[in-house]
Design a protein around this ligand. Structure first.
Ligand code: SF4
Length: 218
């Protein structure tokens, strides 16, 4: 993977660095290094094309999503929820509830946006014309809120990298940050307004069979 700008340490490596060493945090969740794919489960996804369908496989009820998370040995997690300061505004979104829910599990931290090569901080981005599914269908775009710079391809590349990380480590469940244009799974900002929908990474992960759990499900 490439594009780990601004992400120091184990989590930085995990979202796109080159240090092959597997890292562990000092808590009870085991942090895996995404850069070390050599000893992970095989994954040969090219990321060139994706047919993201509407029929999301994520369980519809909150309890079913919680149950999937409880049973998962390995979980793909939004790095900002783990305390990584990778948000657009340079802050983290560390969640003690998330950390508690990951106790005893192997954790694969990813930040799709930073993994794609975008910097920290960076301008906020809204989806315009639809949600993540619509972006993959070519019917919506990811635009910077103020300058309207089109970041669609960056966000799609970051989503593809997150999917590769999930496959490489055999993660079938993802625990992602709500309201993000990448990681949101129930609500996102569309043209400046919070609406029901999922982000670009979530749409791709769901289309590939992963269960996506929101931090707000916990
Ligand atoms: S919500 Fe997702 S894309 Fe945004 S900072 Fe967190 S991990 Fe990165």
């Amino acid at each position: 993977m490439t594009g780990s700008q601004g992400l120091p340490g184990a989590l930085g490596d995990a979202v796109g660095g080159s240090d092959p060493a597997t890292e562990y945090d000092d808590g009870s969740a085991r942090i895996l290094d995404v850069a070390d794919g050599s000893n992970a489960a095989s994954g040969n996804h090219t990321g060139d094309t994706h047919d993201v369908a509407e029929d999301a496989k994520t369980p519809r009820t909150q309890e079913a999503r919680r149950s999937a998370l409880r049973e998962a040995p390995t979980v793909l997690v939004s790095a900002c929820l783990l305390g990584e300061a990778c948000r657009y505004d340079g802050r983290s979104q560390r969640s003690e509830r998330v950390l508690a829910a990951l106790e005893g599990k192997a954790v694969v931290p990813v930040c799709p946006e930073v993994g794609s090569g975008l910097p920290i901080p960076r301008p906020p981005v809204d989806l315009c014309g639809g949600s993540g599914v619509d972006v993959w269908a070519g019917q919506a775009r990811a635009l910077e809120r103020e300058a309207r710079v089109d970041r669609t391809e960056d966000f799609k590349r970051g989503a593809t990298l997150a999917l590769e990380a999930a496959r490489n480590f055999g993660a079938s469940v993802a625990l992602l940050k709500e309201k993000s244009p990448s990681c949101g799974s129930q609500r996102i900002y569309e043209s400046g307004t919070l609406r029901p929908g999922e982000g670009i990474t979530t749409a791709l992960l769901r289309s590939e069979g992963l269960t996506v759990v929101s931090d707000e499900d916990l």
